[in-house]
Every structure is written in C-alpha cells, then in structure tokens.
Design a protein around this ligand. Structure first.
Ligand code: ADP
Length: 570
C-alpha cells in the first residue's frame, strides 16, 4: 500500500472536509495521510517540520489571495508538487496559477472526488520525472563540461607534442651541425697525420723509426675508423644513409677480405679461411662498400674475441620467395656470447659486459651499424652463439638489391684507370692551383701532386684563388671549401660566373650527407673528403687530367675537353 502525505492549505472548514472526504476512499493501493493549514504562514511552519508528497492549495487564504498565493508558496518551496484548488467556474485563474508555478488544478465541486486522486498522483509522478530529467540534464551538462575540459587538455597536449617535435627536430638539426663541425675539426688534423705518415713510410727509415711510424699509422687509422663509426651511426640514426646498387665481382670482394684478414689471423696464430658453397653467383648487384663494411666489422670482432682455433667466412646460396640470397656466415671459436645478450649487443654502445672495453677495446657501435647496414642492403643479420664455444653471425643479403632506398652508380671507366700507386702513375705536366688555408693540408696535397709531376701553385683564400685562376690557365683547381673570408663555395661560384671552365675539385673535411651535393651545386666538378686518401686523390685527379693528356694539350682538343667538362655542370 502506498501512503501519500498531503498538506491541505485551505481556511474553509467545509472545503477541507470535502477534500478529506474525496481522498478518504480513494480505493486501490493508495492511502492518503492529510495535514491541514489555514494560511501560508502556518503551512510554512508545518513544511519545516515534516516532508509532504504534495500540497493542495486554495487560492483564497487569509494571508494571501489569488495568483499571489502560488507565487508566495513557490518562494517558500520551489520543488514541492502543488495542486491548486479553484472555484467551479474559475478556469482562468487556474491557468494563471499554473503559469505562476502550480503543477495542476482541480475545481471544487461535484467532480472533485473523481479528479483529485488522479491529479495528485499525476502531479507527484510528473514532478518525479521532472526531477529525474533535471538531474539527467545536470549530469549531461557536467559530462559536457568534463568533455570540454578533456578536449582542452587534449588540445594542449597536442600543442605540447607539436612543440616538443619542433624542439626535437631543432635539436636533431643542432646535433647534425655539431657532428658536421666535429667531423671537420677532427678530420683536418687527421689529414695531416695520416698523409704525412704515409709519406714518411715511403722514405728510407731506420728499422725502429719505421716501427714507430707504423704504430702512428695504425693508431691514426683506428682513430679515423672510430670517427667514421660515429658518423655512420649518426647518419643511420638520422635515416640519411643510402645504399648504392652496382654490379661487382664476388670473388674480388673475397680476395680483398682475405688480404685484410689473413695477416691479422696469422699474427694471432688463428686459422682463417673463406669456404665457398655451391651455386654461388660470379657477380652481385648490391653495395660492395657497405657489404665489405659489414663483413669487416664481423670478422674484426671474430678475430678480436678469439684466441685459438679459427675464424671462417662461409658462403652459401639461398632461395626465398623466388629471390636469390647469399649467406655470409662469420664463424669463430672464440669466447662466445651468453644467450641473454643475444639481442642487446645489437643496441648502440652495448657490450656483453663492462670489462669487454677494458680487455678488448671497442665502442659497442660495430654491431648496431652492421645490423642497420644489412637492413639497408635488403637483408638481415642472425646470431648463433654459445659461451666458450664460439659464435656465428649470418649476414643474409639479396644477390640483386632492388630496394627503393638505393642509388644506382655505374662504375666509371676512369674510376679504375687511376687507382694505382703513385709510382705507377705516368708523370703529367699539368698545372694545378691549390686553394687551402690549412698549411698542413697544402704541404701534403702539394707533395702528393708533385709526385705525379704537377706544377703546383698555392693560395690561402678564396679571393686569391679567384684572382689567380682568372689570371692564369690551370688544368685543375683543388679548392678547400672552408676558408676564411671568401670560402670555396663563393670562390667557385664567382669563377663559374666569370666563365672559368677549369675542373674544380672540392676538398672538405665535412663528410656528411649533402656536402657533395652542396659542392656540385656551387659549380665544383667533384668532391673529396679530408683526410685526403692518396689513392682517392690520384683516382679523382685522373678522372679530369687524363682527358687533358689524351688531348695532348692542343688548343683545339682542349676546347673539346673543356666543353665536355662544361656539359657536366649543366
Ligand atoms: P665493440 O666490438 O666495439 O665493442 P660491437 O657492437 O661490434 O662493439 O660488439 C658489441 C659486443 O658484442 C662486443 O663488445 C662483445 O661483447 C660482443 N661480441 C661481438 N662479436 C663477438 C664475437 N664474435 N664473440 C664474442 N663476443 C662478441
């Protein structure tokens, strides 16, 4: 049974009795508990003491009359369900009462009994629904406010992330610039050390002197390798390393590797061999420099971590998804690698344990570079190793590199023709202008070029280079790009603008991606990085001066050579 508590506000005794009578036998499952008040003030006191489900409100009270009564009641209680009791023919004021805040009205009279129960229950239910709706609306508003807050936070997070990305890009740029500068700073003195050591080794030396010079050479080679490792790794990190795809002989690669590795193995009393499997192709179409670097890294590690037994390079051919691969397995009988380090040693700067560096040296970059290079070559690197038994690193790469990440560079005819030792090079009588502010570099390059039979003129800055090159005829200009005042880029641009057609070889200690393009863009024909490698210098000089020799220096033929050189600029 539902009990509904009613506050009946009416000063008329008869009316009150009428209402009570109407509610007394409501029937069904409802029972009414009725409290009465004769005026608003009294009603207010009662409502303060107890809670009612509904108020029946007469509009004509001693302390208030008409619509004002509803307004005053709403001022006392805004939520309470209110049914107004009106006179029979007074529909107008009933409507006004509803506008003023009443929930329903019932006319006193014959139909009161039939209508009042329904009106009360309907009013209570409607009020409950209204309350629920209001609550739901409030919750929806709160939810919306919360969503707006989350959206705002999200927007702020996006802005922060964008800012951080911009900052990261800037700091990456700063890192690249730092690397470029570092590389320049380190390569310039290395240029002098390595170059003069090589020249010293060509001289007559006492046995002990030769030993010392060879130690200097080996230490500076190691230092250069370390610088190259750091540069390579930075380029890989920046995604700037690219692989070439050229055809080369597998056998000549293996011969090179044997020449490098055999003496090292002999020195340590290790057996070294290259074991060739069946069905190996004669040539491969990949990047021989990068592949050599991978195998050299792995073989050097194998030699380093093996004190007895053997180091082998096993080659086998494999087929996968209709493509041919070659597996280069570098196998050693050395200290092995614990299973729990099989993954982490491929991370940059990681070694099996800290004592490795103390005992064997190294930076922990070799495997990280090798893994990335193998990927660049379209292949993968696998490890199988057991502690105290030895290790096998498998470099598996496609015989034909088809990756979009490659540049195809055909081997030039001149590239081979001049890769000879200086003594094999036939003397030429060309004139070379060297523009370089670094004394050591100038002396070294001069010595190397004089050995070829060149007549060398040297200047120390870009302005002098421009003046000299315009005043005299040279067969070749070697231009250092980083000079004080007018640098090599500006000097080259000026020379080209003024119609100079002489081949210009840029020399720069910057060995980062994009430097070559920058030099070519300025008008240089070719590019060589410091420290100048003697064979590389001769090879590159040969590319340009050989043409002049063939032309036998006749003016007419020279014009043809220069025209060819000019075409290259276009
Ligand atoms: P580095 O040799 O300069 O330390 P690497 O990245 O080439 O750096 O090698 C990382 C580590 O992996 C080495 O320090 C060594 O602990 C381990 N390692 C690599 N190759 C071998 C190997 N053939 N035998 C045993 N341990 C090896």
């Amino acid at each position: 049974m539902t009990v509904i508590s009613v506050l009946l506000i009416d000063d008329d005794v008869l009316d009150r009795r009428l209402v009570k009578h109407a509610l007394a036998d409501a029937g069904g499952q409802v029972k009414f508990r009725i409290e009465s008040a004769e005026q608003l003030a009294q009603a207010e006191q009662k409502m303060a003491k107890e809670t009612f489900d509904v108020v029946l409100l007469d509009l004509g009270l001693p302390d208030s009359r008409g619509i004002e009564t509803v307004k005053k009641f709403r001022a006392i209680n805004a939520q309470m369900p209110v049914v107004v009791l009106t006179g029979m023919e007074d529909e107008e004021s009933a409507i006004e009462a509803i506008k003023a805040g009443a929930d329903d009205y019932v006319a006193k009279g014959k139909l009161l009994k039939d209508l009042i129960v329904r009106s009360i229950r309907y009013t209570i239910e409607r009020k409950k629904t209204e309350l629920k709706l209001r609550l739901a609306k409030k919750q929806a508003e709160e939810l919306q406010a919360e969503t707006e807050l989350v959206n705002k936070q999200l927007q702020m997070s996006i802005e922060r992330a964008n800012l951080m990305t911009r900052e990261a890009m800037l700091s990456n740029q700063a890192k690249s610039d730092f690397l470029a500068n570092m590389s320049h700073e380190i390569r310039t003195p290395m240029n002098g050390i390595i170059g003069f050591t090589e020249i010293l080794l060509d001289e007559e030396l006492a046995e002990q002197q030769r030993e010392y010079v060879e130690i200097i050479k080996s230490a500076s080679d190691n230092l250069l390798a370390l610088i190259n490792d750091i540069l390579d790794f930075s380029k890989i990190e920046a995604g700037k390393l690219e692989a070439e795809a050229i055809e080369f002989s597998l056998e000549s690669l293996l011969r090179d590797i044997t020449c490098l590795m055999k003496p090292q193995a002999d020195k340590k009393g290790l057996k070294f061999d290259v074991v060739r499997g069946d069905d190996l192709p004669e040539t491969m179409h990949s990047d021989p420099v990068r592949l050599r670097q991978c195998l050299f890294n792995l073989l050097s590690n194998a030699m380093k971590f093996t004190s007895q037994g053997h180091v082998l390079l096993r080659l086998s051919s494999r087929q996968r998804d209709g493509r041919s691969f070659i597996c280069f397995a570098v196998e050693d009988t050395g200290i092995g690698i614990p299973k729990d380090k099989h993954e982490s040693i491929f991370d940059a700067f990681s070694q099996v344990d800290g004592s490795t560096t103390r005992e064997y040296g190294g930076t922990g970059l070799g495997l990280a570079i090798t893994k990335e290079l193998t990927r660049l070559l379209g292949g993968y690197l696998l490890l199988d190793s057991e502690i105290d038994k030895g290790s096998v690193f498998n470099v598996i790469i496609p015989v034909i590199l088809t990756s979009a990440n490659t540049q195809t560079t055909p081997e030039t005819e001149h590239g081979k023709a001049w890769s000879q030792k200086p003594t094999d090079v036939r003397p030429t009588c060309g004139k070379v202008l060297i523009a370089d502010d670094n004394k050591t570099s100038v002396v070294l390059t001069t010595l190397l070029l004089e050995k070829l039979g060149f007549e060398v003129t040297c200047v120390a800055d870009g302005r002098e280079a421009v003046d000299k090159a315009l005043a005299q005829t040279f067969d070749l200009i070697i231009m250092d790009m980083q000079m004080p005042g007018i640098d090599g880029y500006q000097a080259t641009r000026t020379l080209r603008e003024k119609g100079c057609e002489c081949p210009i070889i840029a020399v720069t200690a910057h060995a980062l991606e994009g430097d070559r393009e920058k030099c070519i863009e300025a008008g240089c024909d070719d590019y060589i990085a410091k420290p100048i490698n003697r064979d590389q210098l001769y090879e590159i000089v040969g590319k340009y001066v050989q043409k002049i020799n063939i032309a036998e220096n006749t003016d007419m033929q020279l014009a043809g050579v220069y025209a060819a050189a000019e075409n290259k600029h276009d």
